[in-house]
Ligand binder design. Structure first.
Ligand SMILES: [Zn+2]
Length: 169
């Protein structure tokens, strides 16, 4: 009998994630969109709306400081652009990709727009309304509940926000 020698643990492999991996490419585009926000002193959050065929029909970054609008969140900007392009308010079949967990206002706007899927990056433990503080979009009392996919490139999304807040100190 061979003596059982302890085998050192291997580094954790990067496991494929069939739910999240397909959203990494659009999330990288949302991160690039977010990078436009700090030019006006805005927090780097970026969002895209993808049409049913996967093409980009709306994009936005935070413009609260840029235009002095408390509702100028990335998701609202992107949803408005998508609705303009589609020609109606209903965005059935669309997916919203955003670098930070939506707040209560944006979660409400997403429900009202009938978007089918929300993909987000970093958790917002202080104000998130997609599982952290509230779970507006999966509240069974509402008549429209999009699929929610959290944590896509969460590290990158979180690092972008931390880098911004570090420069604000
Ligand atoms: Zn918001």
């Amino acid at each position: 009998m061979q003596s059982a020698r302890p085998i050192p643990p291997l580094p954790a492999p990067v496991r494929p994630d069939p739910v999240r991996d397909r959203w990494a490419a659009p999330m990288r585009l949302a991160i690039a969109e977010a990078a436009l926000a700090p030019a006006t002193g805005d927090v780097p959050v970026g969002a895209l709306v993808l049409g049913p065929d996967g093409g980009i029909i709306g994009r936005g970054h935070n413009v609260r400081e840029a235009v002095g609008d408390p509702t100028g969140h990335a998701e609202v900007v992107a949803v408005r652009e998508a609705a303009r392009r589609v020609g109606e308010w209903r965005l059935s079949g669309c997916t919203l990709v955003v670098t930070l967990e939506p707040c209560t206002m944006c979660a409400g706007a997403i429900v009202l727009s009938r978007i089918d899927r929300v993909v987000y990056g970093a958790l917002d433990e202080k104000a998130g309304a997609a599982g952290s503080l509230f779970d507006v979009m999966r509240d069974r009392r509402l008549n429209h509940r999009p699929e929610v996919i959290p944590g896509v490139l969460a590290e990158e999304c979180g690092a972008q926000l931390r880098a911004f807040f570090d420069t604000q100190r």
